[in-house]
Write a protein that binds this ligand. Structure first.
Ligand code: HPA
Length: 249
């Protein structure tokens, strides 16, 4: 049986319905993960849970130790990671409240520790990243969303910016021209690091605002959190279905 981990983002501080069996406080060669990793069960299915922003939510996107987080999950025997990301909507169909399972990524981040390749192993870590998300895990998520009649977009380009500020309207227009459908700050380098360690990785994005210059009102944290509060319940339901169907005892 494969082992699943969920990396929670903004709005997913705890995993709904998780009965915790143990809490792993790990050190890695790259430092400490954002928070101790919880191991437990949802129904009969084993799952690991890590909040990438720590708790209380404090670590900004550019300061998250993505390497420690991914390394720690690998060291616990995790095979599959479902990452939850709050995002702004760029594409016409990406309105607040939309659940999105992206199939592509464009990385606009800079200055982050983005690889395990320190240049000392004697071989180069040129991972194939043509398809940045794992096909089988994406298919499983989409199948569960369909079976549970959870509305979702089954493909999208996820643009990842450095943050922590939001984008300018011109930056969003450029991202739209690049082909981005949604914009977030935490999708990279997490996805690439997972691939470097041979982990299957997929993302579930929650659209919580119209991206800069596209909405009627200025983007507010309060507005984002109102949408998040509603969408978090939908994401939890999707995760529960995935766990029951694919990771059950
Ligand atoms: N831009 C970048 N990251 C985000 C946004 C946004 O509009 N909304 C939520 N995370």
């Amino acid at each position: 049986m494969r082992r699943l981990a969920v990396i929670g983002g903004t709005g997913i501080d705890e995993m709904d319905g998780l009965v915790i069996d143990s809490t792993h406080r790990l050190q890695t060669p790259f430092g400490e993960p954002s928070r101790p990793i919880q191991e437990g069960r949802v129904g009969g299915a084993r799952v690991f849970f890590l909040q990438r922003h720590g708790r209380p939510r404090a670590i900004p996107p550019h300061r998250i130790n993505y390497r420690a987080n991914v390394w720690a999950l690998k060291s616990l025997g995790v095979d599959d990671i479902v990452a939850i990301n709050a995002v702004g909507g760029i594409g016409a169909a990406m309105h607040p409240g939309r659940l999105v399972i992206p199939d592509q990524v464009i990385d606009y981040t800079w200055g982050r520790e983005h690889t395990f390749d320190e240049g000392s192993s004697g071989s180069l870590l040129h991972i194939d990243f043509t398809e940045p998300y794992d096909g089988a895990l994406r298919t499983a998520l989409i199948a569960r969303a369909e079976a549970a009649r959870i509305p979702h977009a089954a493909a999208a380009v996820h643009g990842v910016t450095q943050g922590p500020r939001l984008e300018s309207a011109a930056e969003i227009r450029r991202m739209a021209r690049d082909g981005c459908d949604v914009v977030g700050m935490t999708g990279m380098p997490e996805a690439a690091l997972a691939r470097e360690l041979g982990l299957a990785y997929a993302s579930v994005c929650m659209v919580v605002n119209a991206a800069a210059g596209l909405g009627d009102a200025p983007i507010s944290t309060a507005g984002m959190h109102a949408v998040l509060a509603r969408e978090a319940a939908v994401v939890s339901a999707l995760l529960r279905h995935l766990l029951e169907a694919n990771y059950g005892a």
